[in-house]
Design a protein around this ligand. Structure first.
Ligand SMILES: C[S@@+](CC[C@H](N)C(=O)[O-])C[C@H]1O[C@@H](n2cnc3c(N)ncnc32)[C@H](O)[C@@H]1O
Length: 430
């Protein structure tokens, strides 16, 4: 038996022994074999002796397993705390190394990767992120100024950011305008591409300057495929030329399959087929160091979230409340939550230089981070403020409800859901 792994009927299983303090009751002796019939043998099975129950475990939907056990315990009138199933569930939960596939936890072969020998030495010989090694970034980080802390500021980010000191922001998460021609309140979203990039890069230069040594910038971007402009590559080259380390790329799959599949002259012909995309990109860059230093007790990502999210394809529906907030290109809160929890600690400073109606700032506040949101539109800034206020009020209300014992109708439940504005537009942010 290697690492408690055995092979039974050509399948590998992790073996867990649960010692019995007292003999199993008649009910437990009935339920255990019954459980064997509820879950396929290729998931898990039990062997029972007088001294122990042996669990052979390959994979399991732990929630389903717990639900079934709960039902059976109730049906057989067993004590909910003193029974062998509590021991079984506890010992399965105590295993910290597992993979995730859908709702199931995988306990064998989930980490089967092609192993490279002498990986470290080979990396050194190849020269990893060679393009960012000769940077001149100072390692001295500065405090974020109090007058900009937890603020929404209306203005041109290029100008506003100049007022911040170097090295004072932990994480920048943003989605710039994509130059698609969307109807923003103030910003003109349809200029010559070189003009677009000149302005974008002037703002990104400031972003790099204000980012701490070891800080991250995550840029959500979707290329304008119909113009054949790979914005995500152009932006990545910009950051790499400015000595940031490209940490990776997350695919945000929105599954919005409502785009058209035909165009004149391209239907069912190799002459000029037009490729379709249901996803956007999140490009992740680090300044100076891949590691972001912080207090580990302030990491709030759970084990399951971490395992799920480091798999860099995120299936998240587009934002549904764009009508409600009157903004044509919001990203959803779930996307923002994942980025913030994965790349920053509680109390870190989060900046969004294209804050729109404030999704980043709202989620940052919810997650106990400090924040600064900048947008050129006064209207959007007001909405961003409003979202912060509503959130603050919701917190007060829910505290009052808990105090008064009335938890039945939360504000969240009563929120109306508006239809997305841009569902049918190609290359949209919805
Ligand atoms: C894609 S939207 C961001 C939406 C945001 N993520 C949200 O969820 O609400 C881009 C935003 O950039 C703003 N913007 C454009 N040029 C700007 C500039 N120079 N400085 C600051 N904001 C700008 C636009 O007003 C627009 O709201």
């Amino acid at each position: 038996m290697k690492n408690n792994i055995v092979v039974v009927d050509k399948e590998k299983y992790k073996v867990i022994n649960v010692s019995l303090i007292m003999p199993l009751s008649t009910e437990e002796l009935k339920i255990l074999p019954y459980l064997n019939t509820l879950f396929p043998k290729t998931d898990l099975f039990f062997e029972i002796t007088k001294e122990k129950v042996t669990i052979y475990l390959r994979e399991i939907d732990l929630k389903l397993f717990k639900d079934k056990v709960k039902e059976l315990i109730k049906m057989y009138n067993l004590s909910p705390v003193e029974n062998v199933f509590v021991q079984i569930i506890n010992s399965i939960e105590a295993i910290k190394s597992y993979g995730l596939k859908g709702k199931k936890r995988l306990y064998v072969d989930y980490d089967k990767e092609r192993k490279v020998k002498q990986r470290k030495q080979k990396e050194i010989r190849r020269g990893k992120f060679y393009y960012a090694l000769d940077h001149n970034f100072s390692r001295k980080n500065n405090l974020f100024p109090l007058e900009y802390t937890n603020k929404i500021i209306c203005g041109d980010s290029e100008e506003i950011l100049k007022k911040l000191p170097d090295n004072c922001v932990d994480l920048i998460f943003t989605s710039p305008p994509y130059n698609f021609g969307l109807e923003y309140e103030t910003h003109k979203d349809e200029v010559k591409w070189n003009e677009y990039f000149d302005k974008l890069f002037a703002i990104f230069k400031e972003c790099i300057r204000v980012l701490k040594f070891g800080g991250r910038i995550v840029v959500n971007v979707q290329p304008l495929f119909s113009d054949y402009i790979p914005i995500h590559h152009i932006i990545s080259n910009f950051f790499m030329n400015n000595k940031l380390i490209w940490k990776g790329e997350i695919l945000w799959d929105k599954h919005n399959y409502n785009c058209k599949y035909t165009a004149w002259g391209s239907w069912k012909s190799p002459s000029n087929p037009y490729l379709k995309y249901t996803w956007e990109f999140l490009e992740v860059f680090c300044k100076g160091d891949l590691k972001h230093r912080g207090d580990i007790t302030k990491a709030d990502i759970t084990a399951d979230e971490f395992k799920k999210w480091v798999y860099a394809k995120w299936d998240i529906a587009p934002e549904k409340d764009m009508n409600k907030w009157g903004h044509p290109a919001m990203f959803p809160e779930e996307l923002t939550k994942r980025v913030i929890k994965m790349f920053s600690f509680e109390n870190d400073v989060i900046l969004d230089p294209f804050n729109g109606v404030g999704t980043t700032t709202k989620v940052a506040k919810e997650l106990n981070r400090k924040f600064l949101g900048i947008d050129i539109s006064e209207e959007y800034c007001k909405k961003a403020e409003e979202r912060l206020m509503i959130m603050g009020q919701e917190l007060v209300d829910s505290k009052d409800e808990i105090k008064s014992g009335n938890r039945s109708k939360s504000n969240k439940e009563s929120k109306s859901r508006a239809l997305p504005l841009f569902d049918n537009v190609e290359n949209d942010k919805s």
